[in-house]
Structure formats: C-alpha cells, structure tokens
Design a protein around this ligand. Structure first.
Ligand SMILES: *Cc1c(COP(=O)(O)O)cnc(C)c1O
Length: 366
C-alpha cells in the first residue's frame, strides 16, 4: 500500500490472508485423485442431477426470493420449522452474513484454535477482531472458550465435528457452552459434517430451545454439491429476520434451489454415503496407524494424519503428489505436522494408505 493512495478499504480487510482451497491438479499427472477438499467421492444423487438439468428450461426467470420450497423440503427432511431456516450461497454466506450483522469494529469473534479459516476471515471483513482459543488435544475446550469470552464477544464459532481435526464434543458440552456465554454473544454451531454422525441433529434442538444459538449446514459435503454453492442456517426468528434483511434477495439461483431440494429429499443417497464413509474411514485410519501414522477418531469424512514433524508431513505430501494423490496440508490451521486426507471411494483409500506405507517404509530404510 503506497501512502499516496487515498483509496483504502475498511479497517481489517488488508489483514485478511487469502483463503486457499484444496489443490485439484498435479503438474504432469493425469487423473490425480483429489482428497484435499472433503468432497463426496460418490457425487450428487441422481435426483439432484436430474433437477439441475431441468433448471435449464427456466434460465430466463428470476428465482423466488423466499426460498419457500427449499425451506419446506429441509424442514421435512430434518424435522425443523421452515420459518427458522435461511438459505445462502454455501454456509460460507450464512457465516459471512452473521458476522456482518452481529460483529463490527471493537467487537470480538471467538473461534477454536484449529477452527475453520472462514471465521477469522469474515470477522475481519466485518471490522471485528478474531480471538483464537486453545484446544485440548485437538478438541474444543468449553472452559477455555468461556474464559475467552467477555463483554466484547459477539459471536462464538464452533464447528462440530470440526474441520480439520475431525473431532467433536458432546451435546451436553455444547449446551454448557451456550448457557455460559455472555448475554450479547451468539453461539454459531457449524454443522457442515453433521450428516456423517448417525443420529446427530447438528445442534437443531438447542437452536429451538434458546435465543442465542444458530446452526449452519451445507450441501457441499455429504450431498455432493460443493460446486453448486448452497448452504443454510437454522436460527431463532429474530436472527432469521435480521439475516433476511441483509442477504441478496436473489442470492440463490433456480438451479441451486431446485437441485438442493431434490438432494435433501433423497434420504437413501445420504444414508448410503454415510455408511460408506463410516466403513472406509475406519479402514483408512487403521491402515494409516499400521504404517505408524496415528490420527484422532474422526467423526467427519476425512482423517487428520499426524506425522513426526512438519518436515515429515511435507515430505509425505510431496511423495503422495508424485503418485497423483492430492491431500491437504494444514499448516495454515496451525497443524504443520499433519495432513488432512478426505475419505474417498474404496480404491482411493487403498491407494493413499498404500502410498503412505511405502513412504514410511522408505524413510525408515534411509
Ligand atoms: C466445508 C465446510 C463448510 C462448507 O462451506 P460451504 O460454503 O457450505 O461450501 C463449512 N464449514 C466447515 C467447517 C467446512 O469444513
């Protein structure tokens, strides 16, 4: 920034480090296996694909602004009140709208040590100050979060299950957190991976019981629609009213709305993907452990593989890349000695476990 340029953005914006998505290509390797963005290896349901194709007939029409059909479908699928649902361009947009609406200069936005990078990014974009709270053994620590909260706290973000650690905390702990927050603070439970946990409501019951809890959800993970950008929030009515005032009325296209509606109604596809993920995740974690690469018990669709140090994680990443296997380095999340590996289909899981094994064997031989 040169001093003679009088055009400047709002305070905080130049402190934002650019978010980097998971890599998708390796130079010189065709058909690389992408295990870097927690995408569903089985893709979107057939019903969702058909709905997307049908949307081509209505490209000249504006979409509805109230998202009523999608909210009704989500309400039916999850047993929720459609009036408390707000839909956005990925859960990212909901997270951004919450920061814009509830946090500003002088306010603090609390998130966990290895929490999603979009929380501090949107907090800064709103002019607020992100506050990072230590975890205990890569797991959210409710006492530490409560200790970090004060009169300036406006939002507390907790991804449960968390990315990139894969760990989660129980319902009673989440409730204790919600009850212990200062009066002006909103608890935002990011449930991007909630569908991977059998029988878990993502925090919906807590939203309904309280005035200070919001849940965010996404179609990017188990629904296999990351490319289409659809998410939603479940919130007390007063929060829904606020978010609807600031969101773009046409934030979601007809294609997004119709495809998401078909996807959320396809319960069988979700159940199949969850079952496959659970089975392959256990297999992958065990195979990695047998090769001397431990991980915490994951509740999501990825495994956080721990190496001896940052150098070994980096070397393994390079080894995997040369094999056409793309995983995620997570140094930006404060975990330089780890690699996050998405649970792919069976062939991908076998390939990546086998390659890590050969890497470790080669290292031991040196
Ligand atoms: C992937 C992910 C999301 C989803 O974001 P979208 O904008 O809905 O694609 C949200 N939170 C966390 C923690 C995630 O890992």
């Amino acid at each position: 920034m040169t001093d003679d340029n009088p055009i400047r953005p709002q305070p905080g914006i130049l402190d934002i480090a650019l978010y980097e998505g998971g890599a998708a290509h390796v130079a010189g390797v065709e058909n690389a296996v992408k295990l870097s963005s927690n995408e569903n290896p089985f893709g979107a349901s057939e019903a969702a694909r058909v709905a997307f194709q049908r949307a081509v007939h209505n490209l000249h029409r504006y979409p509805p602004t109230d998202h009523a059909a999608l909210r009704a479908a989500i309400g039916e699928a999850h047993g929720l009140d459609p009036a408390r649902i707000v839909c956005g361009v990925g859960s990212d947009e909901i997270i951004g709208l919450l920061c814009q609406a509830y946090a500003g200069p002088g306010d603090e936005v609390v998130h966990t040590e290895h929490g999603f990078l979009m929380y501090p990014i949107y907090a800064r974009a709103a002019g607020a100050t992100p506050v990072r709270v230590p975890e205990r053994e890569r797991t959210a620590d409710v006492d530490a979060i409560l200790a970090a909260c004060g009169p300036k706290t406006r939002i507390v973000f907790l991804a449960n299950p968390n990315n990139p650690t894969g760990t989660m905390i129980g319902v009673a702990e989440v409730q204790r957190l919600a009850e212990g927050l200062p009066p002006r603070a909103l608890l935002v439970l990011d449930g991007a991976y909630a569908e991977y946990v059998e029988g878990y409501d993502g925090g919906a019951a807590l939203v309904e019981a309280r005035q200070n809890v919001v849940m965010t959800r996404t179609f990017s993970k188990i629904y296999g629609l990351g490319g289409l950008r659809i998410g939603w929030g479940y919130a007390p009515r007063h929060v829904v009213d606020v978010l609807n005032r600031i969101r773009g009325p046409f934030n979601l296209s007809t294609a997004q709305l119709d495809t998401a509606e078909a996807a959320v109604r396809d319960h069988d596809h979700v159940a199949r993907c969850r079952a496959e993920n659970t089975r392959l995740r256990a297999w992958l974690a065990e195979a990695l452990a047998e090769h001397g690469v431990p991980s915490d018990t994951s509740t999501a669709n990825f495994v956080l593989a721990r190496f001896a140090d940052a150098a070994e994680a980096e070397a393994c990443d390079a080894f995997l890349k040369a094999e056409g296997l793309i995983v995620r380095r997570v140094a930006g999340y404060g975990l330089p000695h780890c690699l996050r590996i998405t649970v792919g289909d069976e062939a991908s899981c076998r390939r990546v476990a086998h390659a890590v094994g050969r890497f470790k064997a080669g290292e031991a031989a040196q």
